[in-house]
Design a protein around this ligand. Structure first.
Ligand code: HEC
Ligand code: HEC
Length: 283
């Protein structure tokens, strides 16, 4: 089998190690604040061919890392989310507006993040949450655009995301979204870099295995923006994609590129049915 051969070559380079004891996700249940039950395992959506069951990345983390997501008081991502709640109410830009002057309560965004990214009907463009926030800032507030992976931006993406916490990811992949989804799918199965590894080689063919010190998950995005202990901040989906592609020793795409928008849609669709977890905590 081609995949196995490539992997055995890459084994040395990436220090893949088969660890049967760790080959599966654990059986722990994610209940946040003792009340919000999350779906961390469910049947794969019909469009997914290579996988029968999908799992949240939470199920692959150590007990210690998992515990940080059980209670919002322990979740280090919440500080950035709290700052975003203040920013939501603060006037910024030449129009003298805050997000709250037009959107009242951030709770009005309940359900939105579960469906993002999605195609804007007027422009035909694939729109991520970051795009939407920056378009309100620049076009409606007269404020500067935020940097894609900055704390301001990812805090706001997480704050809006939290309004959908516990709801199933449900991005559309048909109609106007179809060409973007196809583009993202092609990328997912493209082998990148000197190591010639695709997303699928790691996250579909080999989840459960150990790679360096990491227990490899399915690479789901339902927890994003995610607080990464290693980077000590909330990180964006595109930042994570960059890191994974760089690990294959490839040139990578830019955060906010059309390529990563399409990949974001495709990867999100692989998690249709898992609960929105943001802000998740990962190693
Ligand atoms: C001057 C009014 C105004 C301000 C200020 C404003 N927005 Fe908007 N926003 C709109 C309008 C109008 C829309 C498009 C209509 C709609 O979908 O509600 C929109 C759409 C959105 C959407 C998409 C809603 C959806 O259901 O698709 C999000 C998310 C959003 N804004 C977030 C923000 C955030 C965050 C801020 C502050 C950084 C902000 N907006 C500031 C007027 C504003
Ligand atoms: C060489 C193996 C490898 C490749 C190839 C790879 N990743 Fe990863 N990825 C990892 C490792 C290791 C982690 C950290 C452990 C984990 O969460 O699986 C990770 C984590 C992730 C996460 C975070 C999951 C979470 O729950 O927070 C996402 C999303 C992700 N990868 C997406 C991708 C995408 C999209 C691609 C292709 C562009 C890709 N990865 C390619 C190894 C890889």
């Amino acid at each position: 089998m081609k995949t196995l051969k490539t992997l055995s070559v890459s084994l040395v380079a990436m220090s893949f190690a088969v660890a049967p004891a760790l080959a599966d996700p654990d059986d722990d249940q994610l209940v946040i604040n003792d009340e919000l039950e999350m779906v961390t395992e469910t049947d794969a959506p019909a469009h997914l061919e290579g996988v029968g069951t999908i799992y949240s990345g939470w199920r692959f983390r150590s007990d210690e890392t998992q515990s940080l997501q059980l209670d919002d008081f322990d979740n280090p991502g919440m500080l950035t989310v709290d700052a975003a709640a203040d920013a939501f109410a603060a006037v910024d830009g030449s129009a003298g507006e805050s997000c709250a002057s037009c959107h009242d309560d951030v709770e009005s965004f309940a359900g939105l993040s579960a469906t993002m990214p999605k195609v804007d009907e007027e422009t035909g463009k694939l729109v991520t949450m970051e795009d939407q926030i920056n378009s309100c800032r620049t076009e409606r507030m007269g404020a500067d655009a935020w940097k894609w992976s900055g704390n301001d931006m990812q805090g706001m993406v997480a704050l809006i995301g939290m309004q959908s916490r516990g709801m199933p990811v449900n991005v559309a992949i048909d109609g106007a979204a179809a060409p973007f989804w196809e583009q993202g799918k092609d990328m997912y199965y493209t082998r990148y870099g000197q190591l010639e590894l695709s997303c699928a080689n790691c996250h579909e063919d080999n989840y459960g295995m150990m790679i360096r010190a990491d227990h490899l998950s399915q690479g789901q995005t339902n927890g994003f923006p995610t607080y990464r202990l290693k980077q000590a901040k909330l990180i964006s989906r595109h930042n994570r994609f960059r890191g994974c592609i760089r690990d294959t020793r490839a040139e990578t795409f830019a955060e906010g590129s059309d390529e990563f928008r399409a990949l974001e849609l495709y990867v999100a669709s692989r998690g249709n049915g898992l609960s929105v977890e943001t802000p998740a905590v990962r190693q």
